[in-house]
Design a protein around this ligand. Structure first.
Ligand SMILES: [Zn+2]
Length: 670
């Protein structure tokens, strides 16, 4: 947990145009910076960054948010990761909350492990290119496999000399302790004999990176044909390295995965590097383990689409089949490519070249469930019991597919394969789905629903209108995606952009005396709407209004970052659109030399007008609705409705009278 004060310091230090400028080429235009949107393809820039508001907005695809939202979307960081990234960029030391002495020690220890891992990676890479043995054995091996120096450097590959303790001696000489060397597993110490030796001696080295590019561990491949030595040796799990939570190549592949909206999953490190060399950069491998849920979730940050590549031997097929249910259960769309007998992506690329590999991938992508059914069907032959088992097995797989259309398509195709009616398989799927739901429910009961907790931590949305919304279902005149009427839109804009600005109103007392009151724009809007019990029609406007009301009640202040960081994409994008629109509009007009009085220049007048327009529009609309209902009403209902109409008319009259009283705006500066 990063404490609030540090978060505030990070957010204060972060300049949005600098942060985004590291990823997008921005040009200053007026008060904004503009560039080509990184989230959709475009040639003319419609991506706006507002330094003063700390937000960005794309008028092409609608993506919008603050600096943290940008990093989450662009770099696929979690909230804490985005903060850490910013802290590093702006040299802010992160104060971890309530760190016990033990935790502090652990932190120092972790730093030590990171340092020695990075040191080792640099040393091994240096040996590969600059040592005689390194070049003769390691580099020539990589070159033989068709890898260019560029790719070798991109993956930080290296070589560990085939001597007992060359690396360990070098590390000790450079001040690294035996303890960190042992914890990272780079060195093995034999207590009885007092001997120490390099775990990876005589191996080519594949460093394993975190998403942010730090070296966490290694995978080393033996080159000699010693029979008793394992082909691959991996770092043991440590405080920084956990093999079930790491994917080999993800650091190098992440941008390509997001861009292609697809991730290729292969079996080995060499396959990953080879695929990159062949121009297929959206490739990762689970190194040394069968696929885990954590690894799938890592992929899911970038894309829901996974294509599994593996060689067609029976061990490969079995491994892939085990992964399928796990992938589907995580809501991934899974496809597969089966290589011809005895080939893997690396050997195929070497034999036929990059273009042929890419063509092969494109042409041989297969639907995983159908494939699974086909493979299992082969083993069933005519055994009726095993065939029945296969049907329910297939139904279980299909039940895991979350997309309804996709599911229906699977049912259709698998029913055909299994020679059963679609309705038979369909009802088996429904049963399996009900069973899975029941199980998930029981699990949730047992563990307590953690999802809600996670969500609230991520958004930190303590002031939230969620509950209010659930109790009072919205009148669905407008959906969230339709545009609000102008009056609502403008009023909401005032709340977001000028909510905390103070305005002074002069109110004439009954005795003719004049009284001056100072309130914020938000306080006035909230009290005005509440007084007449009015709500907004557009669901998103209403949610913003509700949340603003809560903020006023609790803190007398609008905190727009709540909207800018909202986990609800629709709400966030909507709020930011409103915040940006005024901004860029008035700016463009100014540039054209047209004089447009800015809202700030006469905030009180604009506010009064807006509230009047909104209220009279709303009253007219509600009265019309009541009149409509009068048509089919019973006598009793009619009395009730007429009474309501009368009340609305009274409010409308008061409103008109109030408007006729000249309001003299006091001088106020903002
Ligand atoms: Zn865009």
């Amino acid at each position: 947990m990063i404490d609030q004060e540090t978060i505030q310091r990070i957010m204060d230090a972060a300049r949005i145009e600098e942060v985004i400028g590291d990823f997008v080429s921005l040009k200053k235009r007026g008060a904004n910076h503009i560039g080509c949107c990184p989230f959709h393809n475009e040639k003319t820039p419609s991506f706006y960054v507002s330094p003063s508001k700390g937000i960005f907005k794309c008028f092409g695809c609608g993506e919008a948010g603050d600096v943290v939202a940008f990093l989450k979307k662009h770099e696929h960081y979690t909230y804490p990761e985005a903060l850490q990234y910013l802290a590093r960029k702006y040299n802010i030391e992160i104060q971890e909350e309530e760190l016990t002495p033990e935790q502090k020690e652990r932190q120092t220890e972790r730093d030590g492990l990171f340092h020695v891992s990075e040191f080792a990676q640099k040393y091994f890479a240096d040996l590969l290119f600059n040592d005689e043995m390194g070049r003769a054995v390691g580099l020539s091996y990589f070159h033989q496999r068709g890898m260019s120096d560029d790719i070798i450097k991109r993956f930080g590959l290296g070589y560990c000399l085939d001597e007992w303790s060359n690396f360990t001696d070098h590390a000790l000489k450079n001040g690294y302790s035996e303890a960190v060397l042992e914890k990272t597993g780079l060195t093995i110490f034999k207590e009885e004999s007092g001997k120490k030796y390099d775990r990876f001696r005589g191996r080519v080295m594949f460093p394993i990176y975190s998403i942010s590019g730090r070296v966490l561990g290694f995978s080393g491949r033996i080159l000699s044909s010693e029979k008793q030595a394992a082909k691959y040796v991996n770092s043991p799990d440590s405080d920084i390295y956990n093999k079930s939570r790491i994917l080999y190549g993800l650091y190098q592949a992440r941008t390509a995965i997001a861009k292609a909206n697809k991730c290729y999953l292969v079996e080995g490190n060499v396959d990953v590097v080879s695929m990159h060399q062949s121009g297929v950069e959206n490739t990762v491998a689970s190194c040394g383990t069968s696929l885990t849920v954590e690894q799938i979730r890592l992929i899911k940050r970038y894309t829901p689409n996974v294509t599994v590549l593996y060689d067609g031997d029976s061990a490969g097929i079995k491994a892939a089949l085990r992964a399928v249910d796990l992938l589907f259960a995580e809501g991934m769309h899974v496809r597969l490519v089966l290589f011809p007998d005895g080939e893997d992506p690396d050997s195929y690329a070497q034999k036929y070249g990059s273009t042929a590999l890419q063509d092969y991938l494109a042409q041989h992508e297969d639907n995983f469930i159908l494939f699974k059914t086909r493979v299992l069907l082969d083993g069933v032959k005519d055994d009726p019991i095993r065939r029945a088992e296969l049907i329910s097995e297939t139904a279980r797989s299909i039940a895991l597919v979350s997309d309804m259309l996709e599911r229906a398509e699977y049912i259709r195709q698998c029913a055909h394969l299994l020679h059963v009616g679609e309705e038979v398989l369909g009802s088996a799927v429904a049963k399996a789905a009900a069973h899975a739901r029941q199980k998930a429910y029981e699990e949730a009961q047992k563990t307590g629903d953690t999802q809600g907790v996670e969500a609230s931590v991520q958004t930190e949305d303590s002031v939230s209108g969620e509950d209010v919304r659930q109790e009072q279902p919205q009148q669905q005149v407008y959906t969230a995606s339709s545009a609000p009427v102008e009056a609502e839109r403008h009023l909401t804009q005032l709340l977001l952009n000028y909510g905390n600005n103070k305005v002074q109103q002069t109110i004439a007392g009954e005795d003719g005396s004049q009284q001056t009151m100072e309130n914020t724009v938000a306080e006035i809007v909230v009290s005005e709407l509440r007084r007449d019990n009015l709500s907004m029609v557009h669901p998103l406007c209403q949610r913003i209004f509700e949340q603003c009301s809560l903020m006023i009640d609790m803190a007398h202040k609008i905190d727009v970052s709540r909207f800018m960081n909202s986990a609800d994409d629709q709400l966030r994008v909507f709020a930011i659109s409103l915040m940006m629109d005024t901004y860029s509009l008035s700016d463009t007009w100014r540039k054209k030399g047209v004089f447009v009085p800015r809202i700030e220049d006469n905030l009180l007048q604009d506010l009064t007008e807006s509230i009047f327009t909104f209220k009279s529009g709303r009253l007219a609309q509600m009265t019309a609705e009541l009149r409509e209902r009068l048509r089919g009403a019973t006598n009793e209902e009619e009395r009730e409705l007429l009474l309501q109409i009368q009340q609305y008319s009274a409010v409308a009259r008061q409103l008109q009278q109030a408007r006729n009283i000249v309001i003299a705006p006091h001088h106020s500066d903002f």
